[in-house]
Write a protein that binds this ligand. Structure first.
Ligand code: MN
Length: 454
Protein backbone atom coordinates (compact mmCIF):
# COMPACT_ATOMS: atom_id res chain seq x y z
CA UNK A 1 0.00 0.00 0.00
CA UNK A 2 1.42 3.37 -1.03
CA UNK A 3 -0.07 6.80 -0.36
CA UNK A 4 1.26 10.05 -1.77
CA UNK A 5 0.18 13.21 0.06
CA UNK A 6 0.55 16.03 -2.42
CA UNK A 7 0.36 19.78 -2.01
CA UNK A 8 0.44 20.09 1.78
CA UNK A 9 2.65 21.87 4.27
CA UNK A 10 4.54 19.60 6.65
CA UNK A 11 4.94 20.91 10.19
CA UNK A 12 7.93 19.97 12.31
CA UNK A 13 9.43 21.47 15.44
CA UNK A 14 11.85 23.40 13.25
CA UNK A 15 9.51 24.81 10.62
CA UNK A 16 6.64 24.57 8.16
CA UNK A 17 7.56 23.56 4.60
CA UNK A 18 5.76 22.80 1.35
CA UNK A 19 6.41 19.08 1.10
CA UNK A 20 4.91 15.97 -0.42
CA UNK A 21 4.91 12.85 1.74
CA UNK A 22 5.13 9.30 0.46
CA UNK A 23 3.84 6.59 2.76
CA UNK A 24 4.61 2.96 2.17
CA UNK A 25 2.72 0.47 4.31
CA UNK A 26 2.90 1.84 7.84
CA UNK A 27 5.93 4.10 7.47
CA UNK A 28 6.90 7.41 5.93
CA UNK A 29 9.06 6.56 2.91
CA UNK A 30 9.99 10.03 1.64
CA UNK A 31 9.42 13.73 2.33
CA UNK A 32 10.39 16.18 -0.42
CA UNK A 33 9.11 19.31 -2.17
CA UNK A 34 7.92 17.29 -5.17
CA UNK A 35 7.42 13.54 -5.22
CA UNK A 36 5.90 11.25 -7.78
CA UNK A 37 5.15 7.57 -7.47
CA UNK A 38 3.07 5.97 -10.24
CA UNK A 39 1.75 3.09 -8.13
CA UNK A 40 0.75 5.24 -5.13
CA UNK A 41 -2.75 6.48 -4.38
CA UNK A 42 -2.63 10.27 -4.42
CA UNK A 43 -4.16 12.16 -1.49
CA UNK A 44 -4.64 15.81 -2.36
CA UNK A 45 -3.85 17.89 0.72
CA UNK A 46 -3.41 21.23 -1.02
CA UNK A 47 -3.71 24.04 1.51
CA UNK A 48 -3.62 21.67 4.47
CA UNK A 49 -1.12 21.35 7.31
CA UNK A 50 0.32 17.90 7.98
CA UNK A 51 1.31 17.42 11.61
CA UNK A 52 3.02 14.30 12.94
CA UNK A 53 0.38 12.51 15.04
CA UNK A 54 0.07 14.06 18.50
CA UNK A 55 1.21 12.22 21.64
CA UNK A 56 -0.76 12.62 24.84
CA UNK A 57 1.53 11.49 27.62
CA UNK A 58 -1.01 11.94 30.43
CA UNK A 59 -4.29 10.03 30.31
CA UNK A 60 -6.26 8.00 32.84
CA UNK A 61 -8.48 5.44 31.12
CA UNK A 62 -10.36 2.69 32.97
CA UNK A 63 -9.07 3.90 36.32
CA UNK A 64 -10.82 3.10 39.59
CA UNK A 65 -10.80 6.29 41.64
CA UNK A 66 -13.00 7.98 44.26
CA UNK A 67 -15.27 4.91 44.57
CA UNK A 68 -16.05 4.93 40.87
CA UNK A 69 -14.38 4.23 37.53
CA UNK A 70 -13.48 6.80 34.90
CA UNK A 71 -16.17 7.14 32.23
CA UNK A 72 -13.68 6.47 29.45
CA UNK A 73 -11.99 3.11 29.15
CA UNK A 74 -9.33 2.31 26.55
CA UNK A 75 -11.94 1.69 23.89
CA UNK A 76 -13.76 5.01 24.13
CA UNK A 77 -10.78 7.01 25.35
CA UNK A 78 -8.54 6.06 22.45
CA UNK A 79 -11.36 6.65 19.96
CA UNK A 80 -11.68 10.14 21.39
CA UNK A 81 -7.90 10.54 21.23
CA UNK A 82 -7.48 9.55 17.60
CA UNK A 83 -10.48 11.61 16.56
CA UNK A 84 -8.61 14.62 17.91
CA UNK A 85 -5.37 13.80 16.09
CA UNK A 86 -3.69 12.01 19.00
CA UNK A 87 -2.22 8.83 17.57
CA UNK A 88 -0.31 7.84 20.71
CA UNK A 89 -1.37 8.01 24.34
CA UNK A 90 0.68 7.13 27.39
CA UNK A 91 -1.58 6.10 30.26
CA UNK A 92 -0.62 5.61 33.89
CA UNK A 93 -0.54 1.99 35.00
CA UNK A 94 -1.50 2.21 38.63
CA UNK A 95 -0.99 -0.74 40.98
CA UNK A 96 -2.47 -0.25 44.44
CA UNK A 97 -0.19 0.07 47.42
CA UNK A 98 1.04 -3.42 48.31
CA UNK A 99 0.77 -4.74 44.75
CA UNK A 100 3.75 -5.39 42.48
CA UNK A 101 4.58 -3.27 39.45
CA UNK A 102 4.37 -6.46 37.37
CA UNK A 103 0.78 -6.91 38.49
CA UNK A 104 -0.05 -3.30 37.61
CA UNK A 105 1.49 -3.73 34.18
CA UNK A 106 -0.42 -6.97 33.53
CA UNK A 107 -3.65 -5.27 34.58
CA UNK A 108 -3.07 -2.30 32.25
CA UNK A 109 -2.28 -4.56 29.32
CA UNK A 110 -5.58 -6.38 29.98
CA UNK A 111 -7.40 -3.04 29.96
CA UNK A 112 -5.78 -1.81 26.74
CA UNK A 113 -4.68 -4.68 24.50
CA UNK A 114 -6.91 -5.26 21.50
CA UNK A 115 -9.22 -2.38 22.45
CA UNK A 116 -7.22 0.71 21.54
CA UNK A 117 -7.89 2.83 18.49
CA UNK A 118 -4.51 4.54 18.75
CA UNK A 119 -1.05 3.39 19.81
CA UNK A 120 -0.46 3.32 23.54
CA UNK A 121 2.22 3.02 26.14
CA UNK A 122 2.26 3.15 29.93
CA UNK A 123 4.06 5.04 32.63
CA UNK A 124 4.32 3.04 35.85
CA UNK A 125 3.06 4.52 39.10
CA UNK A 126 5.30 4.10 42.14
CA UNK A 127 3.18 4.45 45.27
CA UNK A 128 5.31 2.22 47.50
CA UNK A 129 9.04 1.87 47.87
CA UNK A 130 10.71 -1.29 49.15
CA UNK A 131 13.31 -3.84 48.02
CA UNK A 132 10.80 -5.67 45.85
CA UNK A 133 9.68 -2.57 43.97
CA UNK A 134 13.30 -1.52 43.57
CA UNK A 135 14.13 -4.86 41.93
CA UNK A 136 11.22 -4.41 39.53
CA UNK A 137 12.49 -1.12 38.02
CA UNK A 138 14.75 -2.85 35.45
CA UNK A 139 11.90 -5.25 34.63
CA UNK A 140 9.70 -2.28 33.76
CA UNK A 141 12.39 -0.77 31.57
CA UNK A 142 12.80 -4.13 29.82
CA UNK A 143 9.02 -4.06 29.22
CA UNK A 144 9.23 -0.69 27.44
CA UNK A 145 8.44 1.55 30.38
CA UNK A 146 11.26 4.00 31.09
CA UNK A 147 9.02 6.60 32.78
CA UNK A 148 7.30 6.57 36.14
CA UNK A 149 4.82 8.58 38.18
CA UNK A 150 4.73 9.62 41.79
CA UNK A 151 2.18 11.60 43.79
CA UNK A 152 2.94 14.06 46.59
CA UNK A 153 -0.78 14.11 47.48
CA UNK A 154 -3.80 11.73 47.50
CA UNK A 155 -3.67 9.21 50.40
CA UNK A 156 -4.19 6.18 48.11
CA UNK A 157 -1.09 6.97 46.06
CA UNK A 158 1.11 9.50 47.83
CA UNK A 159 4.68 8.66 48.60
CA UNK A 160 6.72 10.23 51.40
CA UNK A 161 9.92 12.22 50.99
CA UNK A 162 12.26 9.35 51.86
CA UNK A 163 10.70 6.97 49.34
CA UNK A 164 10.39 9.65 46.67
CA UNK A 165 14.07 10.47 47.07
CA UNK A 166 15.11 6.78 46.97
CA UNK A 167 13.04 6.23 43.82
CA UNK A 168 14.58 9.26 42.09
CA UNK A 169 18.08 7.96 42.86
CA UNK A 170 17.25 4.47 41.59
CA UNK A 171 15.51 5.65 38.40
CA UNK A 172 18.48 7.78 37.47
CA UNK A 173 20.72 4.69 37.40
CA UNK A 174 18.64 3.41 34.47
CA UNK A 175 18.35 6.73 32.64
CA UNK A 176 14.69 6.66 33.64
CA UNK A 177 12.78 9.48 35.28
CA UNK A 178 9.50 10.25 37.01
CA UNK A 179 6.69 12.70 36.50
CA UNK A 180 5.42 14.02 39.81
CA UNK A 181 2.04 15.40 40.89
CA UNK A 182 3.03 18.32 43.07
CA UNK A 183 0.62 19.61 45.69
CA UNK A 184 1.18 19.91 49.44
CA UNK A 185 -1.00 17.19 50.95
CA UNK A 186 -1.14 18.13 54.63
CA UNK A 187 -2.11 21.77 54.32
CA UNK A 188 -4.74 20.92 51.70
CA UNK A 189 -6.26 18.48 54.21
CA UNK A 190 -6.36 21.22 56.82
CA UNK A 191 -7.98 23.71 54.42
CA UNK A 192 -10.60 21.13 53.45
CA UNK A 193 -11.41 20.48 57.11
CA UNK A 194 -11.84 24.25 57.66
CA UNK A 195 -14.26 24.51 54.74
CA UNK A 196 -16.34 21.52 55.81
CA UNK A 197 -16.47 22.75 59.40
CA UNK A 198 -17.90 26.05 58.19
CA UNK A 199 -20.47 24.22 56.08
CA UNK A 200 -18.98 25.60 52.87
CA UNK A 201 -19.55 22.44 50.90
CA UNK A 202 -20.20 23.72 47.36
CA UNK A 203 -17.76 23.23 44.46
CA UNK A 204 -16.71 26.88 44.86
CA UNK A 205 -14.73 25.77 47.95
CA UNK A 206 -12.57 23.43 45.88
CA UNK A 207 -10.04 25.93 44.47
CA UNK A 208 -9.67 27.70 47.83
CA UNK A 209 -8.43 24.46 49.40
CA UNK A 210 -5.72 24.03 46.76
CA UNK A 211 -4.20 27.51 46.40
CA UNK A 212 -1.30 28.38 44.07
CA UNK A 213 1.13 28.48 46.98
CA UNK A 214 0.57 24.80 47.74
CA UNK A 215 1.49 23.77 44.21
CA UNK A 216 4.55 26.02 44.27
CA UNK A 217 5.57 24.70 47.69
CA UNK A 218 5.42 21.10 46.47
CA UNK A 219 7.26 21.91 43.23
CA UNK A 220 9.96 23.67 45.21
CA UNK A 221 10.22 20.79 47.66
CA UNK A 222 10.39 18.19 44.89
CA UNK A 223 13.04 20.16 43.04
CA UNK A 224 15.21 20.46 46.15
CA UNK A 225 14.93 16.69 46.68
CA UNK A 226 15.79 16.13 43.01
CA UNK A 227 18.78 18.43 43.48
CA UNK A 228 20.08 16.23 46.29
CA UNK A 229 19.31 13.08 44.28
CA UNK A 230 21.02 14.71 41.28
CA UNK A 231 18.14 13.41 39.17
CA UNK A 232 16.05 14.88 36.36
CA UNK A 233 12.35 15.20 37.00
CA UNK A 234 9.12 16.09 35.18
CA UNK A 235 6.51 18.35 36.78
CA UNK A 236 3.16 17.13 35.45
CA UNK A 237 0.15 19.40 34.95
CA UNK A 238 1.87 22.54 36.21
CA UNK A 239 -0.81 25.20 36.65
CA UNK A 240 0.55 28.30 38.40
CA UNK A 241 2.86 31.24 37.79
CA UNK A 242 4.47 30.65 41.20
CA UNK A 243 5.42 27.07 40.30
CA UNK A 244 7.08 28.34 37.12
CA UNK A 245 9.32 30.49 39.32
CA UNK A 246 10.40 27.39 41.26
CA UNK A 247 11.27 25.68 37.98
CA UNK A 248 13.29 28.64 36.78
CA UNK A 249 15.19 28.75 40.07
CA UNK A 250 16.06 25.04 39.86
CA UNK A 251 17.24 25.41 36.27
CA UNK A 252 19.36 28.36 37.30
CA UNK A 253 21.04 25.98 39.77
CA UNK A 254 21.81 23.68 36.86
CA UNK A 255 19.07 21.10 37.37
CA UNK A 256 17.24 19.26 34.58
CA UNK A 257 13.54 19.92 34.97
CA UNK A 258 10.83 19.15 32.44
CA UNK A 259 7.42 20.80 32.62
CA UNK A 260 4.03 19.73 31.33
CA UNK A 261 0.85 21.80 31.40
CA UNK A 262 -2.67 21.04 30.14
CA UNK A 263 -5.26 22.86 28.00
CA UNK A 264 -7.59 23.40 30.96
CA UNK A 265 -4.96 25.55 32.71
CA UNK A 266 -4.47 27.59 29.55
CA UNK A 267 -8.10 28.10 28.55
CA UNK A 268 -10.39 27.84 31.59
CA UNK A 269 -10.29 29.82 34.80
CA UNK A 270 -11.43 29.69 38.38
CA UNK A 271 -14.66 31.58 37.71
CA UNK A 272 -16.11 28.28 36.42
CA UNK A 273 -16.45 27.14 40.04
CA UNK A 274 -18.54 30.17 41.01
CA UNK A 275 -21.66 28.98 39.16
CA UNK A 276 -24.66 28.64 41.51
CA UNK A 277 -25.76 25.57 39.56
CA UNK A 278 -23.97 22.64 41.25
CA UNK A 279 -23.57 20.62 38.08
CA UNK A 280 -22.21 23.53 36.06
CA UNK A 281 -19.48 24.05 38.67
CA UNK A 282 -18.77 20.43 39.68
CA UNK A 283 -17.95 19.39 36.12
CA UNK A 284 -14.78 21.52 36.30
CA UNK A 285 -13.42 19.98 39.50
CA UNK A 286 -9.91 18.66 38.96
CA UNK A 287 -6.60 18.86 40.82
CA UNK A 288 -4.78 21.11 40.56
CA UNK A 289 -7.88 23.29 40.14
CA UNK A 290 -8.47 25.85 37.40
CA UNK A 291 -6.54 29.01 38.22
CA UNK A 292 -6.69 32.76 37.55
CA UNK A 293 -6.32 34.66 34.29
CA UNK A 294 -2.84 35.79 35.27
CA UNK A 295 -1.75 32.18 35.64
CA UNK A 296 -3.04 31.46 32.15
CA UNK A 297 -1.07 34.40 30.78
CA UNK A 298 2.09 33.20 32.54
CA UNK A 299 1.63 29.67 31.16
CA UNK A 300 1.13 30.89 27.58
CA UNK A 301 4.25 32.99 27.90
CA UNK A 302 6.13 29.99 29.31
CA UNK A 303 5.05 27.90 26.31
CA UNK A 304 6.26 30.54 23.95
CA UNK A 305 9.63 31.10 25.65
CA UNK A 306 10.40 27.39 26.12
CA UNK A 307 9.97 27.18 29.90
CA UNK A 308 7.27 24.51 29.37
CA UNK A 309 8.16 21.46 27.24
CA UNK A 310 4.91 19.57 26.70
CA UNK A 311 1.13 19.87 26.75
CA UNK A 312 -0.80 16.76 27.78
CA UNK A 313 -4.41 16.51 28.91
CA UNK A 314 -4.67 14.59 32.21
CA UNK A 315 -7.84 13.19 30.60
CA UNK A 316 -9.73 11.68 33.55
CA UNK A 317 -13.37 11.77 32.64
CA UNK A 318 -16.54 11.38 34.65
CA UNK A 319 -20.14 11.82 33.56
CA UNK A 320 -22.32 14.50 35.11
CA UNK A 321 -24.10 11.72 37.05
CA UNK A 322 -20.74 10.66 38.51
CA UNK A 323 -19.91 14.29 39.32
CA UNK A 324 -23.19 14.39 41.29
CA UNK A 325 -21.53 12.35 44.05
CA UNK A 326 -20.29 15.58 45.60
CA UNK A 327 -23.61 17.35 46.17
CA UNK A 328 -23.36 18.56 49.76
CA UNK A 329 -19.64 17.72 50.01
CA UNK A 330 -17.28 18.99 47.31
CA UNK A 331 -14.55 16.57 48.44
CA UNK A 332 -16.62 13.68 47.05
CA UNK A 333 -16.66 15.03 43.50
CA UNK A 334 -14.52 12.69 41.40
CA UNK A 335 -11.71 14.92 40.16
CA UNK A 336 -10.77 15.18 36.52
CA UNK A 337 -11.75 16.52 33.13
CA UNK A 338 -12.09 15.06 29.66
CA UNK A 339 -9.70 16.60 27.15
CA UNK A 340 -7.98 14.00 24.99
CA UNK A 341 -10.30 14.70 22.04
CA UNK A 342 -9.95 18.48 21.87
CA UNK A 343 -6.33 19.24 22.77
CA UNK A 344 -4.98 19.43 19.22
CA UNK A 345 -7.58 21.69 17.72
CA UNK A 346 -7.75 23.91 20.81
CA UNK A 347 -3.99 24.43 20.76
CA UNK A 348 -4.10 25.18 17.07
CA UNK A 349 -7.00 27.60 17.38
CA UNK A 350 -6.17 29.32 20.68
CA UNK A 351 -2.41 29.02 20.28
CA UNK A 352 -1.32 29.12 16.66
CA UNK A 353 -4.25 30.94 15.02
CA UNK A 354 -4.22 33.57 17.77
CA UNK A 355 -0.46 34.06 17.47
CA UNK A 356 0.45 32.95 21.01
CA UNK A 357 2.66 30.11 19.77
CA UNK A 358 3.87 29.13 16.30
CA UNK A 359 2.89 25.98 14.41
CA UNK A 360 6.41 24.54 14.91
CA UNK A 361 6.11 25.26 18.64
CA UNK A 362 2.79 23.45 18.71
CA UNK A 363 4.43 20.52 16.93
CA UNK A 364 7.21 20.48 19.53
CA UNK A 365 4.77 20.66 22.45
CA UNK A 366 2.33 18.00 21.23
CA UNK A 367 4.49 15.70 19.12
CA UNK A 368 8.25 15.99 18.89
CA UNK A 369 9.27 16.84 22.45
CA UNK A 370 7.02 14.28 24.18
CA UNK A 371 8.24 11.65 21.69
CA UNK A 372 11.83 12.51 22.56
CA UNK A 373 11.36 12.79 26.33
CA UNK A 374 9.35 9.59 26.56
CA UNK A 375 11.55 7.44 24.35
CA UNK A 376 9.42 7.17 21.21
CA UNK A 377 11.44 9.34 18.80
CA UNK A 378 11.88 9.19 15.79
CA UNK A 379 9.30 6.43 15.42
CA UNK A 380 6.80 9.01 16.71
CA UNK A 381 6.87 12.80 16.80
CA UNK A 382 8.13 13.61 13.29
CA UNK A 383 7.28 13.01 9.64
CA UNK A 384 10.60 11.77 8.27
CA UNK A 385 11.68 8.69 6.34
CA UNK A 386 11.39 5.62 8.57
CA UNK A 387 8.94 7.20 11.02
CA UNK A 388 5.48 5.80 11.63
CA UNK A 389 3.04 7.34 9.17
CA UNK A 390 0.92 8.97 11.89
CA UNK A 391 -0.45 12.02 10.10
CA UNK A 392 -2.92 14.70 11.12
CA UNK A 393 -4.39 16.59 8.16
CA UNK A 394 -5.50 19.95 9.51
CA UNK A 395 -7.43 22.50 7.49
CA UNK A 396 -6.34 25.91 8.81
CA UNK A 397 -9.10 27.73 6.93
CA UNK A 398 -12.08 25.77 8.24
CA UNK A 399 -13.88 26.53 11.47
CA UNK A 400 -15.38 24.18 14.00
CA UNK A 401 -17.41 24.35 17.18
CA UNK A 402 -16.77 22.16 20.21
CA UNK A 403 -19.84 20.53 21.66
CA UNK A 404 -20.54 17.43 23.74
CA UNK A 405 -23.04 16.21 21.15
CA UNK A 406 -20.15 15.75 18.74
CA UNK A 407 -17.57 13.76 20.66
CA UNK A 408 -16.43 10.16 20.86
CA UNK A 409 -15.48 10.39 24.53
CA UNK A 410 -17.97 8.65 26.80
CA UNK A 411 -18.91 11.87 28.61
CA UNK A 412 -22.07 13.93 28.47
CA UNK A 413 -20.36 17.32 28.61
CA UNK A 414 -17.35 19.14 27.26
CA UNK A 415 -15.40 21.62 29.41
CA UNK A 416 -14.96 23.62 26.19
CA UNK A 417 -18.63 23.61 25.14
CA UNK A 418 -19.29 26.33 22.57
CA UNK A 419 -15.64 27.14 21.79
CA UNK A 420 -15.38 28.14 18.13
CA UNK A 421 -12.17 26.80 16.63
CA UNK A 422 -10.20 28.30 13.81
CA UNK A 423 -8.96 25.21 12.02
CA UNK A 424 -10.42 21.75 11.81
CA UNK A 425 -8.96 18.27 11.63
CA UNK A 426 -9.95 16.64 8.33
CA UNK A 427 -8.26 13.24 8.49
CA UNK A 428 -6.07 11.25 10.84
CA UNK A 429 -3.82 8.42 9.66
CA UNK A 430 -2.49 5.89 12.15
CA UNK A 431 0.58 4.11 10.75
CA UNK A 432 -0.62 4.78 7.22
CA UNK A 433 -4.21 3.65 7.82
CA UNK A 434 -6.94 6.24 7.34
CA UNK A 435 -8.46 6.07 10.82
CA UNK A 436 -10.54 9.25 11.04
CA UNK A 437 -12.25 10.92 8.09
CA UNK A 438 -14.24 14.10 8.73
CA UNK A 439 -14.89 13.04 12.31
CA UNK A 440 -15.88 9.47 11.48
CA UNK A 441 -13.73 6.73 13.02
CA UNK A 442 -13.06 3.95 10.53
CA UNK A 443 -12.37 0.26 11.06
CA UNK A 444 -11.63 -1.90 14.07
CA UNK A 445 -9.20 -0.75 16.78
CA UNK A 446 -5.68 -1.16 15.47
CA UNK A 447 -3.67 0.53 18.22
CA UNK A 448 -0.45 -1.24 19.19
CA UNK A 449 1.54 -1.24 22.39
CA UNK A 450 4.40 1.22 22.09
CA UNK A 451 7.67 -0.10 23.48
CA UNK A 452 9.65 2.91 24.68
CA UNK A 453 13.33 3.32 25.54
CA UNK A 454 14.97 6.40 27.04
MN1 MN B 1 -3.25 12.74 36.18
Amino acid sequence: MKLLFQGGHVVSASGVSRMDVLVEDELVAAVAPTLSCPDATVVDVTGKLLFPGFLDAHTHFDLDVANTTTADDFQTGTRAAVRGGTTTIIDFACPNKGETLAYGLKLWHEKADGKSACDYGFHMTIDDWNAGIRREIPDMIAAGIPTFKMYMTYPAMMIGDRDLYCALVELKKFNAFAGVHCENAGVIDALIAEKLEKGETAPSSHPATRPNALEAEAVGSLLRMAQVADAPVMIVHLSTKEALEEVRAARARGQTVYVETCPQYLLLDRSRYENEDYSMAARYVCAPPLREREDQDALWKALSDGTIQTISTDHCSFTLAQKDAGRGDFTRIPGGLPGVETRGILLYSEGVAKGRISAPQMCALLSETPAKLYGAFPKKGILAPGSDADIVVLDPDAQGRITAADQAANVDYSPYEGFITQGKIDQVYLRGHLTVDKGEILGAPRGKYLFRKC
